[in-house]
Design a protein around this ligand. Sequence first.
Ligand code: GNR
Ligand code: NI
Length: 174
Amino acid sequence: MAILPIIVAPDPRLKAACAPVPEVDAKVARLMDDMLETMYAAPGIGLAAPQVGVHKRVIVVDTAKPDEAARPLKLANPELIATSDEVKSWDEGCLSLPEHYAEVVRPARVAVRYLDEHNKKREIEADGVLAVCLQHEMDHLDGVLFVDHVSALKRNMILRKLRKAKKLGTLAAE
Ligand code: GNR
Ligand code: NI
């Protein structure tokens, strides 16, 4: 396995749409494992392929708490098949927007259809932080970041700070 560099915004690679994988073959399964290793090392609770520069519809998630056993989920071609009318606001962060957080409103519960690491068709229902994380990761596949769900004022403030930090080389990850 390998730890891959995570792309920090603003970067056009985070705004590009991702293509579905025709099937989960050994190469895609290997990408999923590298992404999980990268996510755990960060540390984070989710990661989408475009964050490591791969424009494929692949995400990984593990919302187990540090004192719980790992619960890795590997998803290819995830699709939202149902969302609750009830919404919930969550203070979101993103490994591609390091050290910035904002409240984002999303459906409280979701159902997602996907292909697992064995190319098997599966469905999952989620609420709480898992529902938040799945929606956040699926957004990445369409070039959408959590800052795209907040006011332009807040979004531009965060992106301006990141642009400046990149220029000065003061990002923790670099
Ligand atoms: O590690 C992460 N934490 C997080 C917290 C609240 C809402 C969403 C997330 S996802 C984020 C990792 C990440 O950037 N995934 O794309
Ligand atoms: Ni993110």
